[in-house]
Design a protein around this ligand. Structure first.
Ligand code: FE2
Length: 319
C-alpha cells in the first residue's frame, strides 16, 4: 500500500457539519490535529501534555491557554523588531512556505509538528474522517456569497476573479476552490469569535466553485473588514479572504490568504510577514481591476494562484 502522511494539521471552513474542527476559530486552525485520523490508523496520538515545543520554551516564550494567546501581550514595536530580525536572517534564502514555527505569530508555537510525520496505514481514512465542507454538488449559487440568505449582506460588494496554474503556467481545470472570510465588520459567525462587531444575518462568509477550462474561478462577495486578534497588543489582521485549493484528495489540500491592495495594516501583520520573501508577499495581494468592476454594482479584483514553482503562491501548510 502506498504510504501517505499527514502534517498533523489541516484547516477547513468553519468545521461545518459538526466535524472535528467545528470548535476551532477560523484563524486558529493552522495546525489543528486531525485526531480521528491518528486514532483510526492505530498510530500513537500526538502528545498534548506539553503544548509548547522545546524550541519555543528555550526562547522563553510566554505560556498559552486556550482562547487567550498571551498573558502579557507584547506591544507592536516588539513584534516589529522580531519580524525585521527574522526577515534579515532569511534574506536571500530559498523557501516555499512560511515557517511553521514563526515567533511573531505567537500561537504557531502550538502549531508545528513536534514529532515525526505519521504514516497512514489506511490512506482512505483521510477521506472518510477528515472535515467536510458539504455533502451536495457544487452549484453556481455557491460562488455568490451575497445570495445565501433572504436579504443582502451589508458592505462593499466585490467580485474576485482569478486562475489557478501549475508550475508551468498551465491552467488547473476542475479544481475545487473554497473561500471563507469575515463579514464587512470583521466578524466571523463562529462560536470562537467574540470580537464585539456586529454579525450580519445575511452573510455566512463561505463559498466554493470549480475552476473552468481556463483554470478560472470567480466569487461574488462582500469586502471583509479588518479585525483584532490577540497575538499582541493592538493586533489587527488586514482584510483578507482565506482560500483553499483542494487538489485531487484531502491530503493534497493547500490553503492560503488573499489580501487587498493598499491595506495600511500590511506592515503590522505577523501572518502576512511570515512570508519573508517580498515578491511572494506581493503575490498574495489581489489587484484592483477596473474592467472587472460592474457599473452600479460591484468592484472587481483579480488574484491568480500558482501551485508550485518559483512563482508559487505561498501556502500555510508545507508542500
Ligand atoms: Fe481570517
Amino acid at each position: 500500500m502506498k504510504d501517505v502522511y499527514i502534517v498533523d494539521a489541516v484547516r477547513t471552513p468553519f468545521g461545518r457539519h459538526g466535524g472535528a474542527l467545528s470548535g476551532v476559530r477560523p484563524d486558529d486552525l493552522a495546525a489543528h490535529v486531525v485526531r480521528a485520523l491518528v486514532e483510526r490508523t492505530g498510530q500513537d496520538s500526538v502528545d498534548e501534555a506539553s503544548p509548547l515545543s522545546a524550541s519555543a520554551s528555550a526562547r522563553g516564550w510566554p505560556s498559552y491557554s486556550k482562547g487567550s494567546v498571551m498573558s502579557t501581550p507584547l506591544p507592536q514595536a516588539d513584534i516589529d523588531l522580531e519580524i525585521a530580525a527574522i526577515r534579515a536572517a532569511r534574506e536571500g534564502a530559498q523557501a516555499h512556505h512560511p515557517d511553521r514555527d514563526y515567533a511573531p505569530y505567537r500561537s504557531t508555537a502550538l502549531r508545528h509538528p513536534k514529532q515525526p510525520l505519521v504514516p497512514l496505514k489506511d490512506p482512505e481514512a483521510a477521506e472518510l474522517t477528515g472535515p467536510v465542507f458539504g455533502v451536495t454538488d457544487v452549484t453556481a449559487l455557491d460562488a455568490d456569497l451575497t445570495r445565501q440568505h433572504l436579504g443582502e449582506p451589508m458592505g462593499e460588494r466585490i467580485t474576485v476573479h482569478g486562475r489557478v496554474f501549475d508550475r508551468h503556467g498551465r491552467p488547473v481545470r476542475g479544481q475545487l476552490v473554497e473561500i471563507w472570510q469575515a463579514n464587512a465588520a470583521g466578524r466571523y459567525p463562529h462560536q470562537r469569535d467574540d470580537h464585539p462587531a456586529p454579525l450580519d444575518p445575511n452573510f455566512t462568509g463561505v463559498g466554493r466553485c470549480l475552476t473552468d477550462d481556463d483554470g478560472g474561478y470567480a466569487f461574488t462577495t462582500i469586502k471583509p473588514g479588518a479585525y483584532p486578534w490577540r497575538n499582541h497588543l493592538n493586533a489587527w489582521r488586514p482584510a483578507h479572504i482565506h482560500f483553499s485549493v483542494f487538489g485531487t484528495a484531502f491530503t493534497q489540500r493547500l490553503v492560503t490568504q488573499m489580501y487587498f491592495p493598499g491595506d495600511p495594516l500590511f506592515p503590522y501583520d505577523p501572518i502576512l510577514n511570515s512570508v519573508t520573501d517580498e515578491r511572494a508577499r506581493q503575490r498574495l495581494v489581489a489587484a484592483y481591476d477596473h474592467d472587472l468592476s460592474k457599473p452600479e454594482w460591484s468592484l472587481g479584483y483579480r488574484w491568480d494562484i500558482v501551485l508550485d514553482g518559483p512563482a508559487a503562491t505561498w501556502m500555510e501548510e508545507g508542500r
